[in-house]
Design a protein around this ligand. Structure first.
Ligand code: ADP
Length: 386
């Protein structure tokens, strides 16, 4: 249980070594700043984590998530800034004295030890008495539902069970902060979903602060009290899942959060008779009152913009003047909704249409014309050049 404060944290690697890609991680080129000292892997990182908060660091491969986590753990030297855990400056404190535990993607269990011995290991290192060790190990095993495997060796366990043992070993010490680096990436999709739900339960049962690293936005959205979205070593936005979904701070966050991805269009913001509207491919959508007021308050000028609309906010009916015309490329029946891939405005659009809104899906044959518009209240407007 502790607050964690990262103040202007910076990491410079003297030179960049090619890094092994983690399993399941998409390939991503980074645009890290190179200075005279080396590669700026993390820069100007400011975050105040509350006691018992579950924080998720998320972003594409190479954006600096693991480096940040490893600096909190003490596994990586901090090049600049200050790290406080429970009010104590930790920059130069050895990892073992930080009262933190870390769970790694590859489990890092000792193969020659039983599950019981693996979980007990950090307590033995601390010379805790045997009765207390036994009690704590039993308790951790119960929380993680692995009691029946306590006398097995790791090789006799499935991937999901091994990951539970790794978590057991991390929580048994009751650390102030629990750090997790892509803990679910080695599991198959079904097990990953199951373990995600288990982590939510675990969180209710143990009193600790969590810092969790993932490249998977679904994990970030479902696990985090707050999410920190990173790109090229720099924080792009910090917010609750709802905040980053509803009010993405920039184009990168808008494109990164949400599945399927937000649609983006080159459009124009126009101002006519004191009313702001968005014009796209000849279609015009006047913005609702709340958005008008915000744009007015900011003194927004008519300008080229990038319009972002989530697939679920495109609609099939509206004023004739607001309709955008396109062609259906693919129609995917998902049960409760149809996902339509449409060519319109010179780009690809994805629409999610709930089946309850349709009389029949037969109209969406490949190549058929389609008209759609968007709800102005749900439109995201970005400067064209950001
Ligand atoms: P993420 O966890 O987001 O995938 P990392 O924190 O692992 O990203 O890496 C951030 C950047 O720092 C990457 O460009 C990576 O290649 C670089 N990097 C990581 N570790 C080292 C190292 N030991 N030496 C040099 N560069 C490194």
């Amino acid at each position: 249980m502790a607050e964690v404060i990262l103040k202007n944290i910076k990491k410079v690697y003297p030179h960049q070594e090619p890094k092994k890609k983690k399993k399941g991680e998409p390939e991503k080129k980074t645009n890290l700043q190179i200075t005279e000292e080396g590669v700026l892997a993390v820069d100007n990182f400011n975050l105040h984590i509350q006691d018992k908060e579950f924080i998720v660091l998320v972003g594409p491969s190479g954006c600096g998530k693991s480096t940040t986590l490893r600096m909190v753990a003490g596994l990586e030297e901090i090049s600049g800034g200050e790290l406080y855990i429970g009010g104590q400056l930790m920059n130069d404190v050895a990892p073992k004295d930080r009262d933190i535990s870390m769970v790694f993607q590859n489990y890092a269990l000792y193969p020659h030890m039983t599950v019981r011995e693996n979980i007990a290991f950090p307590l033995k290192l601390r010379k805790m008495d045997k009765a207390e060790i036994d009690q704590r190990v039993e308790q951790a095993a119960e929380i993680l539902d692995i009691t029946e495997y306590l006398d097995r060796k790791p090789k006799a366990l499935s991937g999901g069970q091994r990951q539970r043992v790794a978590i057991g070993r991390a929580i048994v010490r009751e650390p102030k902060v629990l750090l997790m680096d892509e803990p679910l990436s080695n599991l198959d999709a079904k097990l990953r979903n199951q373990m995600r739900a288990e982590l939510i339960k675990l969180r209710q049962r143990i009193n600790t602060t969590f810092i969790y690293v993932t490249h998977d936005q679904t994990e970030a959205m479902t696990l985090g009290d707050r999410i920190v979205i990173m790109k090229d070593g720099v924080i792009q936005q910090i917010g609750t899942p709802q905040e980053v979904f509803n009010h993405p701070a920039n184009l990168f966050v808008a494109g990164f959060i949400g599945m399927p991805q937000m649609n983006f269009y080159d459009a124009e913001l126009v101002l006519e008779d004191g009313q702001y509207a968005v014009v796209l491919d000849g279609a015009k959508v006047t913005l609702p009152e709340e958005k008008q007021a915000k744009l007015k308050a900011n003194g927004a000028a008519a300008s080229p913009i990038t319009l972002g609309v989530r697939p679920e906010h495109l609609i099939l009916s509206g004023d004739e003047s607001s309709m955008i015309h396109g062609t259906v490329d693919v129609s995917e029946m998902m049960g409760s909704a149809v996902h339509l891939h449409v060519s319109a405005c010179g780009s690809d659009t994805i629409m999610i249409v709930p089946t309850t809104e349709l009389e029949s899906t037969s109209a969406f044959t490949i190549g058929s014309p389609i008209a759609f518009t968007f709800n102005g209240a749900m439109a995201h407007l970005f400067d064209r050049n950001t």
